[in-house]
Design a protein around this ligand. Structure first.
Ligand SMILES: NC(=O)c1ccc[n+]([C@@H]2O[C@H](COP(=O)([O-])OP(=O)(O)OC[C@H]3O[C@@H](n4cnc5c(N)ncnc54)[C@H](O)[C@@H]3O)[C@@H](O)[C@H]2O)c1
Length: 341
C-alpha cells in the first residue's frame, strides 16, 4: 500500500482515480492549485486536498515529507491545445519547467529511493501520425506547444529516472470521455473544448456544435478519434502504480480502445440517447488536425493486463449525460448555464 501524491487530482481525469486508489488500499493526497480544478470533485472521496501550485517548491517538499509519499500520479497541467499556441511560454512553464521542479523535489525528499512516478501524457505527442493504429514506438512529432510541453516532460522523466534510480510510467491518453457520476466525478472544463460534452450541450441549449472539417479522407468526411472512458483510464493508473510497486521497469503505454468514432457518429449517438437534435455548424478544418487518431493499446493489455470495460460509445455518452444532469445540482460546478430535463 502506498502513500500517493495526486497532482491535479481536482481536475477531470485526476478526480476519477481517487476512489479506485482508496479501494485498492492506497492513501492519496491531492495537490492542486484549483486554477482549473474544483474542490467539489475531491470532497466526495474524503481525500486530503492541499491547495498549491507546482511552482511552490517549498510547499511541495513539505507535502512529500509530511505524507511520506511513495508514488506520484502527475496529472496537473494546462491542457488546451488552442490556448497553448496563444501562450506557449505559460504552457512550457507549467507543463515542463514546474513539472521538472516536482521531480527535483521528489528526488531531494528521498534521494535513496525517490517516489515512483506515473505521468499523464497525451496522444498529442504523436502529432499527425504516418501510420495507424498508433503504437508506443510511433514517431513522436508534436505539432503544437501543448504536445511539445508534454513530450519534453516525457524525455525529462526518462532521463531523471535513470539518473536518480526511480521508476516511472508514461501513460498517453487518447480522447478521455465519460464520467463516474455515481461517485461525484465528471468533466467540468471551462471553457469546454471536448466533443462529447459540447455535443450534449448543443442538444440541451440548441446552440450549434461547430464541426471542424467535413472533407477528411474518412467514411463520412469528419475526423475520427479514439474515445476512452475516464473510468478505464483510472483503472490503468492503478495498474501502472501496482506495476511499479511490484518492481516493474520504467516504460510507456498508449491508452485507447483501438476503435475510432467520427464526429458525426458521436453527434448521432448523442441525438439517439438524448432524443433531441444536435444542431451543427460546419466549418473548415483546424490547422494540423489529423483525419484519424487511433490507439494501439496492446502493450498495456499485455504488460498491465489492462482491458477497457466502459469505453463503448453509448456507455461513454450515457455517463456524460448523466453527469451533466448531476453537475448542475452541485454547488460550485454549475458554471455552464445549461439545463437537461
Ligand atoms: N482530458 C483529456 O482528454 C486528456 C487527454 C490526454 C492527456 N490529458 C492529460 O491528463 C491530465 C489531466 O487532464 P484533465 O482533462 O483532467 O485536465 P484538468 O484541467 O481537468 O485537470 C488539471 C488539473 O491540474 C490543476 N493544475 C493546473 N496547473 C496547475 C499547477 N501549476 N499547479 C497545481 N495544479 C495545477 C488544475 O487546477 C486541474 O485541477 C493533464 O496532464 C492532461 O494533459 C488529458
Amino acid at each position: 500500500m502506498a502513500n500517493v501524491l495526486v497532482t491535479g487530482g481536482a481536475g477531470y481525469v485526476g478526480c476519477h482515480v481517487l476512489g479506485p486508489l482508496k479501494q485498492a488500499g492506497h492513501h492519496p493526497v491531492v495537490f492542486d492549485d484549483l486554477s482549473r480544478g474544483f474542490s467539489e470533485l475531491v470532497a466526495p472521496h474524503g481525500v486530503p486536498l492541499v491547495v498549491g501550485a507546482l511552482a511552490d517548491r517549498a510547499l511541495l517538499r513539505r507535502v512529500l515529507d509530511q505524507n511520506q509519499i511513495d508514488a506520484i500520479l502527475h496529472f496537473a497541467a494546462l491542457a488546451y491545445v488552442g490556448e497553448s499556441s496563444e501562450q506557449p511560454d505559460h504552457y512550457y512553464q507549467v507543463n515542463t519547467v514546474d513539472a521538472l521542479g516536482l521531480l527535483q523535489e521528489a528526488v531531494a525528499y528521498r534521494p535513496e529511493k525517490p517516489p515512483a512516478v506515473v505521468f499523464s501524457s497525451s496522444c498529442a505527442v504523436f502529432g499527425v501520425p504516418p501510420v495507424l493504429p498508433i503504437r508506443e514506438l510511433s514517431p513522436r512529432v508534436p505539432i503544437n506547444p501543448y504536445g511539445r510541453s508534454k513530450l519534453a516532460l516525457e524525455w525529462m522523466l526518462e532521463d531523471l529516472a535513470r539518473q536518480h534510480r526511480f521508476t516511472s510510467v508514461t501513460l498517453r491518453y487518447f480522447n478521455a470521455a465519460g464520467a463516474d457520476h455515481q461517485n461525484g466525478c465528471g468533466e467540468c472544463h471551462a471553457p469546454e473544448t471536448h466533443l462529447i460534452p459540447l455535443a450534449i450541450q448543443a442538444a440541451i441549449d440548441g446552440v450549434p456544435l461547430s464541426i471542424h472539417g467535413d472533407d477528411f479522407e474518412t467514411p463520412d468526411g469528419t475526423a475520427i478519434r479514439d474515445f476512452i472512458h475516464v473510468r478505464d483510464l483510472a483503472s490503468a493508473h492503478i495498474a501502472a502504480l501496482d506495476y511499479l510497486i511490484a518492481g516493474g521497469f520504467s516504460t510507456d503505454f498508449n491508452l485507447g480502445t483501438g476503435r475510432g468514432h467520427s464526429v458525426l457518429e458521436v453527434v448521432h449517438c448523442v441525438e439517439r440517447l438524448s432524443q433531441r437534435p444536435v444542431p451543427i455548424r460546419k466549418g473548415p478544418r483546424r490547422l494540423g488536425d489529423p483525419p484519424a487518431l487511433i490507439c494501439d493499446a496492446s502493450k498495456a493489455r499485455q504488460i498491465l493486463n489492462w482491458i477497457p470495460h466502459y469505453s463503448g460509445l453509448d456507455r461513454i455518452v450515457a455517463d456524460a449525460m448523466a453527469w451533466e444532469r448531476q453537475r448542475q445540482a452541485i454547488k460550485g460546478l454549475g458554471r455552464r448555464a445549461v439545463v437537461l430535463s
